[in-house]
Design a binder for this molecule. Structure first.
Ligand SMILES: Nc1ncnc2c1ncn2[C@@H]1O[C@H](COP(=O)(O)OP(=O)(O)OP(=O)(O)O)[C@@H](O)[C@H]1O
Length: 737
């Protein structure tokens, strides 16, 4: 009881002190803001307000949620210019989220942030850009790169010259005690990799360094060296540092520490002041006390029933104080006052320059992709060869069945017999004849050993001759003079082929036996020469155009999805964006490098289709290439949609697989669209590959040009899907930021 009373009294005392201090601070800050307002009146359009010049970063009432989870709530923070700000807090309290909001890779749902005087992403401000050096918590390094590649890549994005990059690289390798510059990142130890990551953040001597746990996995000697370096660089007064760490004690070297908990700032003060306030000898202890205090404040039991009424004042302070206002505060004036100072204007030229892609960044990203491709020859071969392997397999494996076992039941004893002669005209490569008794043949077909039983009656030859020469014959003669065929129709292609081969064999037999008089037994239906297409390779010719389009589409989609999902998961996209690369530049660079891959794929594909397998092409090769490229680009933009909506590669793979099979069937690639029942046919017709496949078939086999609706419709639909996917990806991406 006595301890509880003592605790309550201690708490009351602290609260009173805090109230007085807050009042003093508020008075001070009011004065500051009045001064700022006066200064601002002088030049409302000035890039920096007087008050803000003293702060590298200001966050006011910042809120950010992930769904229902509030990661930051009414967060206020002020990082003084030219100082080290240690951001401390338990795991999951929102430190990384806050840093991402500061560097502009996450949008805030409420509040204001200024970084080096302007909001993040302000046109022409270079935040994100070379004013900020960001070391994310994840490694965010390309494993296939060497140390030199890594620093050169970020150097190029920051616009450093080769000489500057080499000089900085030499310095950083020495300072961070890194191995030889040609060492591959994937072969480095965890600590070495973190140091490379730190090196990339320090590379361009940024004005603001944001380091998310840079000392994790780093040995104590190097840790103290890193802190020493940070202390040295801020001495110039031009560089400010925000650093998060789990090693609370090392943050004593910071000028100011901010203690975070549950998305709010509990305190923001110089480390010594915090320790003094809490009569602690360690920062860790002071932090624990702060957490306890904050827990008690949030605990309804503790707040209820003041025993003597003396707590009323402090309670009214608690309720009057904004929820996340630090218990101890320095510096930052109230939000509503600062809001007024955040008025910036920007020239339209600067705005346009900000939106337009920079070729320097695109070139750096393309070089990065090419270097990675060179370092992964297996993956490159896979990308180049997979389409050609698939199309080769289609051309080889799709077509007439071969070596089909057929049971022959020939009851004719006559020699020479017409039945034997007729069977000799049956295509031997497609049909393998096995002579059997009636019983064996039917047992075999029921057991699945044969695809058909072909039977000849005892008097087949005489009945057939009678049937041919007599004008009127009995039903028995027609029956006895016919070839009887029992088919296993479970495989439609084989059944079709057997029917066709038997008809061809009969025609060849009649031609052979009757010569010029063969026309007398012709069917009254005459199939003339086809207008388009040929009798040869009918099925491969049907499947190949759609297959080529879908292979290019899916590979482009898969590679794009995988690349973006992995890069985002590993923090590489964020890192590049903080370095100043825009999402448009990332997409354009990916498009250009992917176009290179698609071009090689198309060349190999067409060589195989047209020269090796000799599929007919009556139309323009240029149109064929443009249509396939368009489908590749549609695949890329669809990949962007998937990667903008999905965060992990497993779900992305599932999405891609889930779409693949329905699309293959519904797009009329392996089976005609005309077989699709009607409500579903409408869906089929709007899919990206249905009209494109039809257009490619029309170009290749009918020799049609863009003047035909069936051709230009394929191009138009591909372009339409492209635009739709790009807009959709941008919208999803913006919504999820
Ligand atoms: N992309 C996300 N989607 C949903 N929730 C998220 C996401 N990123 C972070 N969170 C949640 O937001 C909260 C704050 O996360 P954050 O990564 O900012 O914490 P942190 O203080 O940096 O933690 P640590 O020190 O462990 O890195 C956590 O509860 C986390 O689970």
């Amino acid at each position: 009881m006595r301890t509880a009373k003592r605790k309550r009294e201690g708490k009351k005392k602290r609260c009173k002190e805090e109230v007085m201090m807050m009042e003093r601070e508020k008075e001070g800050t009011r004065r500051n803001v009045r001064n700022q307002e006066e200064n601002m009146k002088a030049d409302l359009e000035a890039p920096l307000s007087t008050g803000q010049e003293n702060f590298a970063v200001r966050c006011q009432d910042v809120c950010r949620s992930y769904g229902k989870l509030k990661a930051l709530s009414d967060m206020r923070l002020a990082v003084p210019q030219g100082q080290i700000y240690g951001l401390l807090g338990p795991s999951g309290c929102g430190k990384t989220t806050l840093l991402k909001c500061i560097v502009g890779t996450l949008k805030i749902s409420q509040g204001h942030i200024t970084v080096l005087g302007k909001p993040p992403k302000f046109p022409g401000h270079n935040v994100p850009g070379n004013k900020v050096g960001y070391m994310p918590q994840k490694l965010a390094l390309y494993n296939e790169f060497t140390i030199s590649d890594t620093l050169t890549f970020f150097g190029r994005i920051h616009g450093l010259t080769s000489k500057e990059i080499q000089e900085r690289m030499k310095h950083l390798i020495g300072f961070l005690d890194l191995p030889e510059k040609n060492s591959l990142v994937r072969n480095l130890s965890g600590g070495q990799q973190r140091r490379v990551s730190l090196g990339a953040a320090l590379l361009q001597n940024p004005e603001l360094l944001i380091l998310d746990e840079p000392t994790v996995g780093v040995d104590p000697v190097l840790r103290s060296k890193i802190w020493h370096h940070l202390v040295e660089i801020v001495k110039t007064g031009k560089v400010s540092v925000i650093i998060t760490t789990h090693y609370i004690e090392e943050a004593r070297q910071a000028n100011v520490v901010g203690l975070m908990r549950n998305g709010q700032l509990l305190a923001e003060d110089p480390p010594d002041a915090i320790m003094q306030q809490h009569h602690s000898t360690t920062l860790e202890h002071a932090f624990l006390q702060l957490c306890e205090t904050s827990e008690n404040e949030n605990d309804p039991k503790q707040e209820s029933s003041p025993p003597d009424g003396t707590l009323e004042k402090s309670q009214s302070f608690e309720s009057g104080r904004e929820e996340s206002q630090p218990i101890l505060r320095v510096g930052s004036p109230p939000a509503e006052k600062i809001e007024e100072t955040l008025k910036f204007s920007v020239d339209w030229k600067v705005r346009a320059r900000h939106v337009l892609p920079k070729w320097r960044n695109i070139a750096a990203l393309i070089i990065k992709t090419l270097v990675r491709m060179r370092r992964m020859p297996g993956s490159l071969c896979f990308q180049f060869l997979l389409p050609v392997i698939q199309i080769t397999l289609i051309c080889l494996c799709v077509g007439d069945p071969k070596g089909i076992q057929v049971a022959i039941v020939n009851n004719e004893t006559l020699f020479p017999s017409v039945s034997k002669s007729l069977l000799s005209f049956l295509d031997n490569s497609s049909v393998k004849q096995v002579n059997l008794s009636h019983k064996e043949a039917f047992e075999g077909i029921y057991n699945g050993e044969y695809w058909a039983v072909i039977g000849f009656g005892k008097n087949f030859t005489s009945y057939l001759i009678k049937r041919m020469i007599k004008q009127q014959v009995s039903r028995e003669i027609v029956h006895g003079g016919s070839v009887h065929v029992w088919l296993d129709e479970t495989n439609q292609q084989i059944a079709f082929m057997l029917q066709k081969k038997l008809q061809e064999a009969f025609k060849a037999f009649v031609d052979h036996k009757l010569g010029d008089r063969a026309y007398q037994v012709d069917l009254p239906i005459k199939f003339q020469e086809p207008i388009y297409g040929s009798q040869k390779k009918v099925f491969p010719a049907f499947v190949t155009p759609g297959a080529a389009l879908s292979i290019i589409f899916y590979l482009a989609m898969g590679l794009t999805t995988l690349s973006f999902v992995l890069e985002r998961k590993e923090g590489l996209l964020d890192r590049c964006w903080v370095a100043g690369v825009s999402s448009l530049e990332t997409i354009l660079a990916h498009l250009f490098s992917q176009l290179f891959v698609i071009s090689v794929q198309i060349i190999l594909l067409l060589l195989m289709i047209l020269l090796v397998f000799k599929l007919p092409n009556e139309g323009s090769l240029v149109l064929i290439i443009i249509l396939i490229v368009l489908q590749g680009v549609t695949g890329i933009s669809f990949g962007l949609v998937i990667s903008s909506a999905i965060d992990d590669e497993q779900s992305a793979n599932q999405a891609a697989l889930g779409i693949f099979y329905p699309n293959l069937i519904l797009s009329g690639i392996i089976w005609p669209v005309e077989c699709i029942p009607y409500p579903l046919r409408y869906l089929s017709l709007v899919l990206p590959q249905t009209y494109a496949t039809e257009a490619l078939r029309c170009i290749m086999y009918r020799g049609w040009s863009m003047s035909h609706m069936m051709v230009w419709r394929g191009f138009l639909v591909s372009l339409g899907w492209n635009t739709f996917f790009l807009i959709l990806a941008t919208v999803i991406f913006k919504l999820r930021m």
